[in-house]
Each structure stands twice: as structure tokens, then as C-alpha cells.
Design a protein around this ligand. Structure first.
Ligand code: GRF
Length: 211
């Protein structure tokens, strides 16, 4: 998967904090030809993130960037941005990255940062979205891929998938069914964003050529 000088595919940088199953779905989509892109780097803010090993196993550069090495949030975000820019990243994909993205990163990748969230936003932003949905008693929840802005889980929505909540669901069973949809949805949304032909109108991401 290492990029060569003649590899003209768009370059993705993936930010993770843990398991990395969504990272794996992107790796798999590229390997099977469903997504025309290359992952230039995977960065984690946690040393123990399982996703770092997934990256190495796929021959992708894996970087642990400790927040402790920086005086404040902005300094860390600048370091993240530098790491991604140095590798020519075109699109940043947050995949279980458990930090708010700050302005230094947003400014360097305008409309070029995606996130996946395990609910139908704007319902249940933040932590434990599956538990929030279950406890609220909704009959349908799901997964959302959205562009990242300065607010938590609030940027323009790219794609969503609905998942029914069953009477006997636990947080674990519901999360597992949502995750299946996440793994299908994220590569598709990345492909859509990379293909272009979309624009932001108000809060909406609208597809189709605009003159
Ligand atoms: C996923 O449920 C994702 O929607 C959320 O964090 C979880 C990350 O899982 N943002 P993984 O690390 O991709 O397995």
C-alpha cells in the first residue's frame, strides 16, 4: 500500500484512538478496489490503539502522537496538521478519534475532514451514542458520516444509514449492528467526497453539478 511517485490516487490520513475497525473497513475497501484512494498515514493519540497495528499489518505508516508532548490543544492540533500535510494528505478521516478537532486543524483542511458517528445525527451526539439511543427508547437509530466543523458531531451530513432498535437489544447487540452499517457507510462516503461534484448550501451537503 506504500505510495509511489506515480500513484496519483487521493491521499487519506486516518486519525484513531482505539480499536480501528472503521480504519480496517477503509483499508479493505481500498484493497478490494471499492475505494480509489490510498492511506498515507494513520495517527493515534493513544499508544495502545489497536488500529496502529492494523495499519502496520497493511503496510501503512502508523504514528503515535502523544498529546502530552504539547503545551495545549492548539499546539497538538498544529502538530497533527503538520504530520498530515507533510504526507500530502488530501482528506482526513476521523475513525474513533476521541478528541475534539480544533481550529488549527480545521483551518488547514477546510471541508476536508470527515467523521463517523454511531447515531442518526443530530440525535445523540457525543459519547455513548448507542446507549443514549437505547435509553431514550427510539425505534430507529443508525450511523452518520459528516464533515467536521468546530462543534461536536455537528457538521454537514454526508451519508446516513438507519438501524432498527429491537426490543431485546443491549448496548452491545445494538452497537454491533450499527457497526456493520458503519463499515459499509464510511468507505462509500469517502468515495463520494473524493469524487467531488458536491457543495455546501446552508447546513446541507448537496450533490450534483452547480453552476
Ligand atoms: C465507532 O462506533 C465510531 O462510529 C465512533 O467510534 C467507534 C470507533 O470504532 N466514532 P473503531 O475504532 O473504528 O472500531
Amino acid at each position: 500500500m506504500a505510495r509511489t511517485a506515480n500513484d496519483s490516487r487521493p491521499r487519506i490520513g486516518v486519525l484513531i484512538s482505539g480499536r480501528g475497525s472503521n480504519l480496517q473497513s477503509i483499508i479493505d475497501a481500498i484493497a478490494s478496489g471499492r475505494l480509489d484512494a490510498t492511506i498515507s498515514v494513520v495517527v493515534s493519540n493513544r499508544a495502545e490503539a489497536q488500529g496502529l497495528q492494523r495499519a502496520r499489518d497493511a503496510g501503512i505508516e502508523a504514528v503515535y502522537l502523544s498529546p502530552r508532548g504539547y503545551p495545549d490543544r492548539d499546539a497538538y492540533d498544529r502538530a497533527l496538521a503538520e504530520c498530515l500535510l507533510a504526507r500530502g494528505v488530501d482528506l482526513v478521516c476521523l475513525a474513533g478519534f476521541m478528541r475534539l478537532v480544533g481550529q488549527p486543524l480545521l483551518d488547514r483542511f477546510p471541508k476536508r475532514i470527515l467523521n463517523i458517528h454511531p447515531s442518526l445525527l443530530p440525535s445523540f451526539p457525543g459519547l455513548d451514542a448507542q446507549r443514549q439511543a437505547l435509553e431514550h427508547g427510539v425505534r430507529v437509530t443508525g450511523a452518520t458520516v459528516h464533515l467536521v466543523n468546530a462543534e461536536l458531531d455537528a457538521g454537514p451530513i454526508v451519508l446516513q444509514a438507519a438501524v432498527p432498535v429491537l426490543d431485546d437489544d443491549s448496548v452491545e447487540t445494538l452497537s454491533a449492528r450499527i457497526l456493520v452499517e458503519e463499515h459499509r457507510l464510511y468507505p462509500e462516503a469517502i468515495g463520494m467526497i473524493l469524487d467531488g461534484g458536491w457543495s455546501i448550501v446552508g447546513r446541507r451537503l448537496v450533490r450534483g453539478a452547480r453552476v
